[in-house]
Design a protein around this ligand. Structure first.
Ligand SMILES: Cc1cc2nc3c(=O)[nH]c(=O)nc-3n(C[C@H](O)[C@H](O)[C@H](O)COP(=O)(O)OP(=O)(O)OC[C@H]3O[C@@H](n4cnc5c(N)ncnc54)[C@H](O)[C@@H]3O)c2cc1C
Length: 259
């Protein structure tokens, strides 16, 4: 059995037996909304999708279609249970949090997006991650995707890693002889995928650490320069982060299967 049953996976619990694993809240709530493009002041040279870094924090902006803009940011907000998050949204606390975090921000399109966010159109997501597991499989059962390694969405890699898992599992199932025991398939799968997922986990944590607000003007000045320099360096060369080599260059059809 292969369990692709998400962050609260019962299959994972079966594999781990008595060892309880609890998904961990990242501590940063994602807040955002969907707005008509006419309400958003988009600077003419801004290409979407874009991450906008500022002293107040970071905002992701993208076009859902030609008339609609979606944006999202993160705020440090204490964990609540599922129903309390809805209260948090409906009671105006979520909008108040955004207005406080971004108070005084006059940069566009951020200022116009924040002007139009309301209790009715605000959306929020509490991102959770699955800690590193002792194992992903037993002799006859295996987990993949979020069930095995959910990461926070800071690098946009959760579903991407689930797809890669599926690509590798499909390749093993179609390349190895039919008589191969499931335990051999699952063990190769875990061996092939763990190092990749560990690297993505570290890159996600590093991306997350750049997204928060800066506590002082000097802090932001330094961070701004570091971010610009990093993008210039990382953007160069084959296999670089920006040229999509490290992340987007993974080819599940080309992995080395031990037959
Ligand atoms: C705010 C946010 C933004 C994100 N942005 C990105 C992004 O930009 N890029 C990216 O790659 N990823 C992103 N992700 C992560 C992505 O959504 C997940 O990593 C991905 O959905 C994981 O896929 P999955 O199939 O492993 O699990 P899921 O999508 O959780 O699917 C699991 C399925 O199993 C079903 N299930 C559970 N238990 C049972 C059961 N007992 N019986 C039958 N069915 C069951 C569930 O109903 C569900 O349909 C984001 C996540 C969030 C929260």
């Amino acid at each position: 059995m292969i369990g692709a049953d998400g962050i609260g996976s019962p299959v994972r619990q079966h594999i781990l037996g008595d060892q309880q694993v609890k998904a961990i809240y990242s501590g940063y709530l994602s807040l955002g909304s969907v707005l008509p493009r006419s309400q958003v002041v988009l600077p003419p040279d801004l290409q979407l999708p874009a991450f906008l870094y500022s002293r107040h924090g970071t905002i992701l902006v993208f076009a859902l279609d030609k008339d609609t803009i979606q944006w999202a940011t993160t705020s440090p907000v204490a964990e609540r249970d599922r129903h309390d998050w809805e209260d948090y949204r409906m009671s105006g606390q979520a909008v108040a949090q955004l207005q406080s975090d971004w108070s005084g921000c006059t940069l566009e399109p951020i200022a116009s997006m924040l002007r139009h966010v309301t209790d009715d159109n605000i959306r929020l997501w509490a991102p959770y991650q699955v800690p590193e597991l002792a194992r992903w499989h037993t002799a006859r059962t295996c987990v993949l995707g979020d069930a095995a390694h959910a990461v926070s969405p800071s690098l946009g890699q959760g579903a991407a890693q689930a797809f890669e898992d599926v690509g590798v599992m499909a390749r093993l199932l179609t390349t190895l002889p039919d008589t191969t025991p499931p335990s051999t398939i699952f063990s190769q799968f875990e061996g092939l995928r763990r190092p990749r997922v560990d690297m993505i986990r570290k890159m996600t944590a590093s991306a997350e650490s750049t997204r928060g607000a800066s506590s002082s003007g000097l802090g932001w000045f330094v961070k701004d320069k570091i971010i610009k320099a990093s993008f210039m360096v990382m953007g160069k060369g084959k296999g670089s982060y920006m040229s999509n080599g490290t992340i987007g260059g993974y080819d599940a059809t080309n992995i080395d299967v031990k037959v």
